[in-house]
Design a protein around this ligand. Structure first.
Ligand code: GUN
Length: 310
C-alpha cells in the first residue's frame, strides 16, 4: 500500500494563475488538500502523524515561522508539539531534552527552528535528530543521500520549489539554472535537485565575480540570499523562470524579495511573488515530509511512501 499524491490538482492550481505569476499559495493549497486525505488514512490505521517543533530564544522571524507551521499542522489534522527554550538554556540540558523528544514513540518528525544561539552548535543539534524523523532533511545522512540520488526526507524549500516547477510544467532538463546562495537550507540542496533533474547548474555566492553576467544567462533563476532587491529586474533573461526565496520586511512595512519584482515580471515567463510564492510551498512540503516520516514509521512502502506521481 502506498500513499500517493497526484500531480494533476497541483498542475491545475498552477495553470489557474495569470502568467507570469507562479502562484505558490494555490499550488500549496492543492498539495495540502491531498496531504489532509493522507493524514486521515494514516489516522484511520491508528497512526496520527505528529510533528515536534523546537524553538530556542526570541528570534521574531522564528516565532512567526513556527506559528505558521503549527497552524498548517492543525489544518491538516497533524498533531503538533511545540517546545520553547529560553535563549540561555544550558547546552547539556537542551541536548538531553532534545534526545527525549526525538526518542518519543508518538513523535514522527522533529524540527529545530534555526538559527540557534551560538552556544548551541547547529551541526551537533541536527545530528541528534534521528534521520527518519529529520523532516528538515538537514541531517548529514539525508544530505548525503540527496547527493547520492534521492533522500527519503529532503530540505523543504528546494523540494517545494521542485514541486512548484513540476506543477507549472517547467522542465529543468538541459536548461541553464543559476542558484544564488549556497546555504544548507536552500542553495546547496537546490543545486543538487536541479542537477538531478538534468539542468546545467551554476551556484553563485558573495564571492562570485560577475553576478550580472551569470544571471543574464539563467533560464531558471533561484535567488536565496535574503538581500532585498539584490537582483535588478533588468538582469533577468527574456523568458526566464524566476524563483525568489528571499523575504525581507521593507522600510514601508511591506514584504519584498531578493529580485526587483516589477521589472523582472515584464521579462520572466514565470515568476514567484513575495509573499505568496516559495513560502507557502516550504510549509506545505514540511507537512509532506511529516506525512512521509509518519507513513514510513507506520509501515507503508518504506522507500517512497508518498510519491508525487509524474
Ligand atoms: N530557519 C529558516 N528556515 C528554516 C527551515 O527550513 N528549517 C528550520 N529548522 N529552520 C529554519
Amino acid at each position: 500500500m502506498t500513499l500517493e499524491i497526484s500531480l494533476e490538482p497541483l498542475t491545475r492550481a498552477a495553470a489557474a494563475a495569470t502568467p507570469p505569476l507562479l502562484d505558490g499559495r494555490a499550488v500549496a493549497a492543492a498539495l495540502r488538500a491531498q496531504l489532509a486525505a493522507a493524514v486521515e488514512r494514516l489516522a484511520g490505521r491508528g497512526h496520527r502523524p505528529t510533528l515536534a517543533l523546537v524553538r530556542v530564544g526570541d528570534d521574531e522571524a522564528s516565532e512567526i515561522y513556527v506559528r505558521f507551521k503549527v497552524r498548517a499542522c492543525r489544518e491538516l489534522g497533524i498533531r503538533s508539539i511545540h517546545r520553547h527554550f529560553e535563549a540561555d538554556v544550558d547546552r547539556d540540558s537542551f541536548l538531553d531534552e532534545l534526545d527525549d523528544i526525538v526518542a518519543r514513540e508518538d513523535v514522527d518528525g522533529v524540527l529545530v527552528q534555526l538559527p540557534l544561539p551560538p552556544h548551541l552548535p547547529e551541526e551537533e543539534v541536527i545530528e541528534r535528530i534521528e534521520p527518519g524523523k529529520d523532516v528538515d532533511g538537514f541531517h548529514p545522512l539525508n544530505l548525503g543521500r540527496l547527493m547520492a540520488g534521492r533522500a527519503r526526507l529532503e530540505p523543504c524549500t528546494p523540494r517545494g520549489i521542485m514541486t512548484l516547477l513540476r506543477a507549472a510544467d517547467v522542465l529543468p532538463l538541459g536548461r541553464r539554472a543559476v542558484v544564488i546562495g549556497r546555504s544548507r537550507i536552500v542553495g546547496r540542496p537546490m543545486a543538487q535537485m536541479l542537477m538531478r533533474a538534468d539542468a546545467t547548474v551554476t551556484v553563485c555566492h558573495r564571492h562570485t565575480r560577475d553576478l550580472e553576467a551569470e544571471v543574464r544567462r539563467a533560464e531558471i533563476l533561484v535567488v536565496a540570499t535574503g538581500v532585498a532587491g539584490l537582483v535588478p529586474g533588468s538582469w533577468i533573461r527574456e523568458g526566464a523562470v524566476v524563483i525568489d526565496v528571499g523575504i525581507t520586511r521593507l522600510e514601508d512595512g511591506s514584504l519584498g524579495g531578493d529580485v526587483e519584482f516589477e521589472r523582472a515580471r515584464d521579462r520572466a515567463s514565470r515568476i514567484t511573488p513575495v509573499p505568496g510564492g516559495v513560502g507557502p510551498m516550504t510549509v506545505a512540503t514540511l507537512m509532506e515530509n511529516t506525512v512521509r516520516a509518519a507513513a514510513t514509521r507506520a509501515g507503508f512502502t518504506p522507500q517512497e511512501p508518498l510519491t508525487i506521481a509524474p
